[in-house]
Write a protein that binds this ligand. Structure first.
Ligand code: ATP
Ligand code: MG
Ligand code: MG
Length: 551
């Protein structure tokens, strides 16, 4: 498949498996439950679960829940839903880093006993100052040489809540002059008098990300701990813990380049800002790059998985993936799999003057031009129909092959009609067109002339009213958060949502939420997961028809 891009981690693991270096591949997807998952996370999910699937291994879902202040059960539930919606299932139960708090604490005591960790009384600001910079070495804390007994006692008192937040931390004793700042006595525990969504009020101290992640991997028997490039500099620390603690297995950290996409934010913090300030209608607003937003918009799991396959996995950072590629992925899925339908977005009434009042003819039309397994549609023609306003021009330019005064056009699946008269109201607005049908044109070309244009239409007698939500990019510029000092909110696209009242062919009356269609000549649409109900049809535009992705 030309759409499969290189994936260096897959290549590497295949070699290891073939050389017998690894028996069973175990990966994990480790979200922090502080927001909803976005398209960047999809890359990590497809990679981790995909590798486990491919090599007959396991992928764990582990919540990296070491910061209770920002985390919530609602995020945990949404993340589980999103992973399953994408079509993946974690091995065993959902896991939590907080499941390992007892073990981590025992390991912290172990480091203290070995003289490799100490309680520090410096304030967070002082610690930062003492730590030094890239060009200047760090200075040891005056508390660095406390005795093992004193450290054990203070750590225990930190744990039970004897000290205030920020008063003390536990640090590893590694190397204050290391060129890698992550090794300058990193923090292992902070005091936080916060209630935790899993462990309740049991703990008054919480382990840092660095002290938690690798050891959790080791406890779970993870073989390949895959993360984004920001963690490359943390790898020596990841390995230091594994070397200095009696861990049951030794995982390996591998970094890859995160996904960045134009017109899109992939930071939970910034997405949360959009939600909290009402710039969008929740985390699952169809304009959001969250998986729940994309689901609501109408993306299929297959299209997101295909997109993740297309972008590949490399260590080359800095690239910006074109959102046109994502649009290409959903379009090509729906081109093959979405039934067709006719829907008029901006209705203009057409009266077929040479057709009797009670006229009705019903066409049996294929559900999809290339699929015989899809049910056919019944399309009635009556004296009054709707066409799209865009398909008529009173004074058309030369190459306008749609309807105009005195011109002919074919109604899709039906006859050729001619526009004889334009009916206007007092203010000069066009209210309706009077047209006549050429009854000798059903399924055949008219005599002696060519009619190039074909337009979609809906019977005014039987068409069903629909609300159409036309979505576009949420941001107007390719990199809304490029300028760190400026406000990315200034780049919001004021036309990211346009709502229209349209009319759809009668068969759509029974539409089930989340079903997808190609509205012919218009675009791909999905019945809104929540708002679409009997008698109130609401369709979201997923994407237009025209593919702009250049392979
Ligand atoms: P954010 O910055 O949006 O909060 P995060 O990395 O802090 O993202 P986590 O919940 O910790 O969010 O991420 C879970 C996993 O998903 C991590 O392994 C992380 O590396 C990966 N991930 C997050 N964003 C991306 C991205 N844009 N591309 C690829 N992987 C990502
Ligand atoms: Mg993270
Ligand atoms: Mg983050």
């Amino acid at each position: 498949d030309s759409t499969t891009a290189p994936n260096f981690i897959r290549t590497q693991i295949r070699e290891e498996v073939e050389a017998g270096k690894v028996e069973k591949v175990v990966t994990r997807f480790p979200p922090e439950p502080n927001g909803f998952l976005h398209i960047g996370h999809a890359k990590s999910i497809c990679l981790n679960f995909g590798l486990a699937e491919q090599f007959g291994g396991d992928c764990h879902l582990r919540f990296d829940d070491t910061n209770p202040a920002k985390e919530e059960q609602a995020y945990i539930d949404a993340i589980k839903d999103d992973v399953q919606w994408l079509g993946f299932q974690w091995a065993g139960d959902v896991r939590y880093a907080s499941d390992y708090f007892d073990q981590l604490y025992a390991w912290a005591q172990h480091l203290v006993r070995e003289g490799k960790a100490y309680v520090d009384d410096l304030s967070p600001d002082e610690i930062r100052e003492y730590r030094g910079t890239l060009t200047e070495p760090g200075q040891p804390s005056p508390y660095r040489d406390r005795s093992v007994e004193e450290n054990l006692d203070l750590l225990e008192r930190m744990r039970v809540g004897e000290f205030a937040e920020g008063e003390k931390v536990l640090r590893a004793k590694i190397d204050m002059s290391s060129p890698n700042i992550n090794l300058r006595d990193p923090i292992l525990y902070r005091i936080r008098h916060a209630s935790h969504h899993q462990s309740g009020d049991k703990w008054k101290i919480y382990p840092s990300y660095d002290f938690t992640h690798g050891q959790s991997d080791a406890i779970e028997g993870v073989t390949h701990s895959i993360c984004t490039l920001e963690f490359e500099d943390h790898r020596p620390l990841y390995e230091w813990f594994l070397e200095n603690l009696p861990v049951p297995s030794v995982p390996r950290q591998i970094e890859f380049a995160r996904l960045n996409m134009n017109y899109t934010l992939t930071s939970k913090r910034k997405l949360k800002l959009l939600v909290d300030n009402g710039f969008v209608d929740g985390w699952d607003d169809p304009r959001m790059p969250t998986l729940s937003g994309m689901r609501r918009r109408g993306y299929t799991p297959a299209s997101i998985r295909k997109f993740c396959e297309m972008i590949g996995v490399t260590r080359a950072d800095g690239g910006l993936v074109d959102i046109a590629m994502l649009y290409h992925a959903i379009r090509s899925d729906l081109e093959d799999n979405a039934p067709r339908a006719m829907c008029v977005l901006r209705p203009l009434k057409v009266i077929l003057t040479n057709v009797p009042e009670d006229f009705e003819e019903v066409y049996d039309v294929k559900g999809h031009p290339a699929r015989d397994d899809m049910p056919s549609r019944r399309i009635p023609l009556n004296r009054e129909i709707w066409i799209d306003r865009d398909d008529f021009m009173e004074e058309p330019p030369k190459k306008f092959f749609r309807l105009a005064p005195g011109k002919e056009v074919r109604l899709r699946n039906s006859y050729v009609i001619r526009c004889d008269d334009v009916i206007k109201n007092d203010t000069g607005e066009i209210e309706a067109l009077h047209c006549s049908v050429d009854f000798d044109t059903l399924g055949k070309n008219p005599e002696g002339r060519k009619v190039k244009g074909v337009i979609h239409w809906v019977s005014a007698t039987h068409g069903v009213p629909v609300e159409l939500r036309l979505y576009d990019n949420l941001f107007q510029v390719e990199m809304p958060d490029k300028d760190r000092d400026a406000d990315f909110l200034e780049h919001l696209n004021p036309e990211s949502l346009v709502t229209l009242k349209g009319i759809a062919e009668p068969g759509l009356k029974e539409t089930v939420p989340e079903s997808r269609f190609q509205f012919e000549r218009v675009g791909y649409f999905c019945a809104d997961r929540y708002a679409c109900r009997d008698g109130a049809l609401v369709f979201n535009r997923i994407v237009g028809l025209k593919d702009t992705w250049a392979k």
